[in-house]
Design a protein around this ligand. Structure first.
Ligand code: 3Y8
Ligand code: NAP
Length: 246
């Protein structure tokens, strides 16, 4: 009998949770606890970190987990590294379920950068109106360019003082649609968009909106994660679970 741990927090993870529940397979869904009220899942759900690799190893052994699916976000690189290390230590089979990166198409005006610091560098010096659709974990870096007015899209109301003197806040949980993002960017007179190369549909609305407004996008490439078996479709993950002995 399998008992699968799904490391979640993305549209893909929610799709997999539904498939596992419908198949009646024993599985646990895991959120990091980044948001106040995460979307409920059709599986028993745990919330919060494990305490690094050692904590994850203890959890996997203690809970009798037989398979691990890393369906976290491509930018959740620390979690992905911990999964590879913990499964190497415990010998548990594991795979990643993630969506392909976006690539620029005709009409796109992208500046690709390697990380958040490079994204700050890529912003102009003269004051601009920047749509920072990267969540709240990396805002401090942008305090290096306080001359811009930032439009921040956050999942929850910020609890602490924000590190940016000029900013407007939009509280919204995706997935987003292009018309909504177009109206939002026009309302705020946005001149630049900063985005993570998340891939998938949930965050791509702003790319379409920027394209129709012919706005420049600063696109942050995904961080490196260790090599692991990776699937792009829920049916491949389910087949892997059925054919990989516990
Ligand atoms: C807590 C679970 C589902 C999953 C939905 C996807 C789609 C909507 C688009 C923009 C970009 C951003 C952000 C985003 C999207 C989906 C997906 C996705 C981007 C929730 C969720 C959790 C999180 C954590 C949150 C981060 C933040 C990133 C906002 C739930 C809603 C910017 C990533 O305020 C914060 O602290 C937010 C933190 C990590 C990135 C960051 O570094 O700040 N996601 N997002 C997960 C957990 O606790 O384990 O609350 O319901 C999930 C989703 N967010 O089930 O349909 O799959 O990508 N999430 C990015 O892509 O750049 C918003 O605004 O255009
Ligand atoms: P991260 O930087 O890779 O992880 C930092 C630490 O958070 C991990 O070491 C782990 O803590 C804990 N953690 C992360 N994901 C977890 C999960 N699913 N279940 C339990 N603990 C988890 O991760 P992040 O970028 O902060 O992302 C956190 C969550 O938000 C993930 O679920 C991810 O899928 C989701 N998300 C992130 C983004 C993004 O842009 N980063 C976008 C959309 C959704 P311990 O070391 O203590 O175990």
């Amino acid at each position: 009998m399998t008992r699968t741990l799904v490391l979640g927090g993305t549209t893909e993870a929610s799709t997999l949770a539904k498939a596992l529940a419908e198949a009646g397979l024993d599985a646990v869904f895991s959120y990091a606890g980044r948001t106040a009220n995460p979307v409920p899942q059709p599986l028993p759900t745990r919330v919060g970190g494990y305490g690094g690799v050692a904590g994850l190893v203890d959890y996997l052994s203690g809970e009798g987990i037989s398979h691990v699916v890393d369906a976290t976000h491509p930018f959740a690189a620390q979690m992905s590294r911990n999964v590879v290390e913990a499964c190497a230590q415990t010998g548990l089979p594991h795979c990643a379920y993630e969506r392909p990166a976006w690539s620029a198409t005709d009409g796109d005006n992208w500046t690709r950068v390697v990380d958040i610091a490079a994204a700050v560098e890529a912003l102009p010096d003269e004051p601009a109106k920047v749509f920072l659709a990267i969540g709240k974990q990396n805002l401090t870096d942008f305090a290096a360019k306080p001359q811009h007015h930032y439009l921040l899209r956050l999942v929850d109301e910020p609890q602490a003082e924000l590190p940016l003197p000029r900013c407007s806040i939009e509280i919204a949980r995706g997935p987003f649609d292009a018309d909504g993002d177009l109206a939002l960017m026009q309302r705020h007179g946005i001149t630049h968009v900063v985005s993570k190369n998340a891939g998938g549909r949930g965050a791509s609305a702003k790319l379409a909106a920027a394209r129709s407004l012919t706005l420049p996008i600063i696109m942050i490439d995904r961080p490196q994660v260790p090599p692991r078996m990776t699937f792009g479709d829920v049916s491949e993950v389910m087949a892997w679970l059925f054919h990989t002995p516990a």
